[in-house]
Design a binder for this molecule. Structure first.
Ligand code: CP
Ligand code: NVA
Length: 337
């Protein structure tokens, strides 16, 4: 009997139910243990995986590559300058060709429509490695990290502080609502999430009994937070927006003062990365020169603090992506949740 996951794509969080997402998180924890104990788990032996990247990546590319190899599959990186996609060939035609040769396809790019079209026309599972709208594989790693730390998910509150309209904010809002975690999006009104998305999140939260708050008020937004999460103020493809975002988001920088506003005894810090927390990058240097800022969305002090778990979170990208690929392509026995 084929599992409920077999052959499915992961294009956005709502593709899976609460129980299915929880299963993937727990399965990832199991795969992490197997990896640590050096126990082979080659569920995808002999399979070929295409990794399409129109935007740059460190974690997602590294995670898909190593996860595929651990699963016994062969990953092939197809960067934006390597293939015809978008320049000489449509998504539909590319999907038909890749689907005839590869068993699964990862896609990172701009348009959600493109990843959906790839899934529709390739006939193989497609995994969204980030689009302008969603970052679903990131969510599995984030909630695995939270579960590892607190030993549970239910009853917790996550406050996302920063650009409230980007892919990571969208995904955190919807995933928290599906899973029943209380979520607070703390952002200036100009960057409030899309109204349709808020309505969608409210529907899921009704079923899961999670609470949703969208607020510009930092004190109120972070008071109950077990997790403070931030992301870059300017996402890939929006590079001309630095000035505007700095003006809007500087008061929302995650620093010690903001961390101290939470009323919980223990609050962890998460960031999907990459982060602007020091001057060790070209872009950060440029920003320092233009706007006099040495740190952006998070201070170096918070980033290097004991409760900052962003590197555990980054490692978990690999285990969770492995879980998604194995579950959707590995013909595993999965008892119905
Ligand atoms: N968090 C994340 O997706 O990182 P990369 O952009 O490096 O893949
Ligand atoms: N919001 C960021 C996430 C990077 C992982 C971006 O899209 O650039």
């Amino acid at each position: 009997m084929a599992s409920i996951f077999q052959g499915k794509s992961f294009l956005k969080e709502i593709d899976f139910t609460k129980d299915e997402l929880l299963y993937l998180i727990d399965f990832a924890a199991h795969l992490k243990e197997l990896k640590q104990q050096n126990i082979s788990h080659k569920y995808l032996a002999g399979k070929n995986i295409a990794l399409l990247f129109e935007k740059t990546s460190t974690r997602t590319r590294a995670a898909f590559t190593t996860a595929a190899i651990d699963l016994g599959a062969h990953p092939e990186y197809l960067g934006k300058n390597d293939i015809q996609l978008g320049k000489k060939e449509s998504v539909e035609d590319t999907a038909k060709v890749l689907g005839s040769m590869f068993d699964g396809i990862e896609y990172r790019g701009f348009s959600q429509t493109a990843v959906e079209a790839l899934a529709e026309h390739s006939g193989v599972p497609v995994w969204n490695g980030l689009t302008d709208e969603w970052h679903p594989t990131q969510m599995l790693a984030d909630f695995l990290t939270i579960k590892e730390h607190f030993g549970k998910l239910e009853g917790l509150t996550l406050a996302y502080v920063g650009d409230g309209r980007n892919n990571v904010a969208n995904s955190l809002l919807i995933t928290s609502a599906i899973l029943g975690i209380n979520i607070s999006i703390v952002t200036p009104e100009k960057l409030f999430p899309d109204q349709g998305l808020i309505e969608m999140a409210k529907k899921y939260a009704e079923a899961s009994k999670g609470k949703i708050s969208i607020t510009a008020d930092i004190d109120q937004g972070v008071a109950q937070a077990d997790v403070i999460y931030t992301d870059v103020w300017v996402s890939m493809g929006e590079e001309e927006a630095f000035k505007e975002r700095i003006d809007l988001l500087l008061p929302y920088q995650v620093n010690q003062e903001l961390m101290a506003k939470t009323k919980k005894t223990e609050t962890i810090f998460l960031h999907c990365l990459p982060a602007f927390h020091d001057l060790e990058t070209e872009v950060a240097e440029e920003i320092k020169e233009k706007y006099g800022l040495a740190e952006m969305e998070v201070t170096d002090e918070v980033f290097r603090s004991e409760n900052a778990l962003q590197f555990q979170q980054a490692e978990n990208r690999m285990h969770t992506i492995k879980a998604v690929m194995a579950a959707t392509l590995g013909n595993l026995f999965v008892p119905k949740a």
